[in-house]
Unconditional design. Sequence first.
Length: 376
Amino acid sequence: MGEPAIAAEFLYHLRIAVLGISGIVLLSMSWLRSVGAYRPLWMQLVAYGLLLGIAVVEGVLTLRRRSWGGARWAGVALALAASVLSCLSLPTGTPTTAADWAFGSVGWIGVVLLLDRPMVQLVLFLGAHWAITAVNLVLSGPVDEGAVLNFVSGSLGTIGFPLACGVAATALRATAGDAEAARRQTEDIRHSERVAARTAQALQDSYAGLAGSAGPLLRGLADGSLDSNDPDVRRDCWIEAARMRRLFVETDDVPNQLVHELRQYVDTAERRRVRAEMSSYGTAVDPPPEVRLALGNFPLPVLAGARSWARVTVVFTSEFVSVQVIGDCGAIDLPRPGDTAATGAAAGIEIGSFLDADDDTLLMEAKWRRTGRSPS
């Protein structure tokens, strides 16, 4: 479960191969050729049943792509118990011969149980199985040179092959882990490139929008067609100055870009002696760039028209992002959700307002729902 995706897939197919080898070894039933020599026979039957049962459980788990979990250690104990039972009922002088079928089978069952575990655990298991057979060889009768050579040569296959399979599995996991890390790195690079492209496009759109709104204003002031003492002109100049300041910080590396950009507007409002405040609540997660632009521009009319005070509040929840602004600006023209200039063509932004006519306090809220659905 904790393996990287590529390693887990490789290990799954290796698991099928090891199960196939174990099944072929067990189903060959080589012990039937010596069934009349075992004393008592029931020990061999129990040993064979234990190993076959482990193989069947492994087959079911493999089909379901499940692991043994903590039950693997019970399987390890049963496999070693099968090794002991088989040794106890072998005829004298037959350890490591054709009658000792468990010597060549138990090791593969160990690989089945410990394929996805550290290599040292498989080595310990195979060592325990090898030691059980060696002790039985010594205790079962006189040990001559032929018996020792037969035991050593038999160990090369019955212990060496499962051990080699474990080494291959360890190397495969390491290689697949490197491949998965390289894949994630490549994906991160691609994601960074996509983000950079979107950021560059957003900056280009922002500069284009600023040129379209600030350009006529500057030309009007230059040719005298606009009066710098006109409150509406002064408000428009303040709005363009705030937008320009936001544009300068658009590429800053900060935890939350929306809050960072809104602070620029609040700071700009303070420069014209408005008591402006800002607060945010919830876990800050930036919306898409076009939505962030729309939410960021939303408080500008209130901040620009506020006479003495204003407050901006940003609320982040798992369902929506809300930007609320309140100030003593009186009645102003409200942006409409379908207005491209007001919302940056960002679908799903709801706008509401409340005006207290007694003190000219205006409360406005823009809410973007994370589902992306447009309000009905």
